[in-house]
Ligand binder design. Sequence first.
Ligand SMILES: *Cc1c(COP(=O)(O)O)cnc(C)c1O
Length: 459
Amino acid sequence: MSLSALPKVDRVLDAEALAEPLRRLGRRAVRALVRDVLAVHRERVRGGSTPPSESDVALEVAGLAAARARRSLTPVINATGVVLHTNLGRAPLPKASLDAIAQTAGVYSALEMDVELGARTQRGLAVELALAELTGAEDALIVNNNAAAVLLCLSTLGAGREVIVSRGELVEIGGGFRIPDVLARSGARLVEVGTTNRTRAQDYARAITERTACLLRVHPSNFKITGFTERPSLAELVAVAHAHDVPLVKDLGGGLVHGLSDEVLAAADLEREPTVERCLATGADLVCFSLDKLFGGPQGGGIVGSGPLVERLRRDPLARALRVDKLTIAALEPVLAAHGRGDGASIPVVAMIAARRDDLRKRVEGWRVALGDLGSGTECVDTAAAVGGGTLAEAPLASAALALPAGDADGLARALREASPPVVARIADGRVLLDARTVLPDQDAALVGVLRAILAAAG
Ligand SMILES: *Cc1c(COP(=O)(O)O)cnc(C)c1O
C-alpha cells in the first residue's frame, strides 16, 4: 500500500470533529497532533496496514485533544520494567527531594548568599562540594544535563582546537545526542582515529599535535560492538594523554558511583561498569555524567575532576547559560546525602534496580489476590526488565510481571494508557505484561483499580 494514500494534514484539519479542538487549542497545537497521529499510521502502513480515512484520523486527534485538556505532565504508572524510561521522565525523586522542593519553591532562599557573612557566594557551592567529596574529585561543577556537561568541556577546552575521538565512539546516545554534532557545535575540530571496531592507544598517540585540546573517551551506553574488537583501557589512554601533556575527558553517561551497595551492582550485572570514582582514580582529568540516570537525582549533569580545569569551565560564559536552577539544587542535595550515607534504599532508581525477583513475584501475586475473580485469566510470569535510559547495552534485570489474558493485546494496552492514571505496559508474545519492578510501591492500589475496570469491561 502506498504511503501517498495517507490523508493530508490540511484535509484532516478541515474535518468537522476537529472544529472544537481547533477553537480551544489553536491551529498550531492541533496540526502538531495530526502530524503525530499520521506518523504512527505511516509506520503501520509501512508494516502492511491499510491507511486510515480522514475521518478516522480526525476522530483520533479529537480524542487526543480531549486528553490534552489534562495536565501536560500527567502522572503515569510505569509498568514497562524499564527503570530509566526517557519518555517517562527517567528518575522519580526520593521523598526527601520532594520535601526540599516544596520548602524552597515558594519562598526566597540563600541561593547565592552566605547568610552568616551577608556576602555573595557561588550558586550551588554546597552541592558541588558534596559531589566532589563523594567522588573523590578536586572540584565539581553541576550543569543542566550531561549533554550540557560534555558541550561545556569540549567548548572550553577545545574551541578552535582539536579533539581526538575513536571512530568506535562516534555514537548517538538517543534524544538527538550525537557526539560528532556536539563536537561541531563546541567549535572544536573532530579528529577521528582507529576504525569502528578497533582502535589502539598508538592511534591516539599518532594523532596528537600542538593543536590537540584533549582526548575524548565516550561510554558507548546503549550500543555494543562484539566480535573482532579492540580498544585501549582507560589507563592506557590516560598514559598517552599525559605523556603528551593533554587532558583526557571521559563522558561516562550513566553516572554509577561507589556508594551503591554491592548487591545492587550484582543484581544488575553492573560490576563491570566503571564508576565515576574509578575513572578519576585511573587518571581521567574530567568525568561527565548524568545526575538523573543511575545517580537517581533530578535532571542534571555532573563534571568532576581536576581543580584548575573545573575552574576554567566555571568561568566560561557558556557555564552561565547552562547553570541549574534552585529547585534542581534543592532536589539534588538529599540524593547526594543518601549516596554519601550509602543509603541506596531511599533513592527510588537504586531501590528499583536492586529489587529481587522473589519480592517482585510477591507483589504480582498481591495484585492477583486484590483482583479476585477478575484476575482469574491473569498469570505471574518471569520477565527481563532493563535499566534503560541509554545507560547500558545489556544488563537485563531478572524481573516478574502480571500477564493479562491473551486476546487483543494492542487494545488492552491502549485501554491501560487511556485509564486514569494512565498505565504504560509492554507487549510480549501477544500478551500485555505489567512489570512490577517499575511500579512504585504506593501505586499498587491505583494499578489494581485500573485493572479491575479494564478486566471487567473486557470480560
Ligand atoms: C545519557 C548520555 C548522555 C546524555 O546525557 P543527558 O543527561 O541525557 O543530557 C551523554 N553521553 C552518554 C555517554 C550518555 O549515556
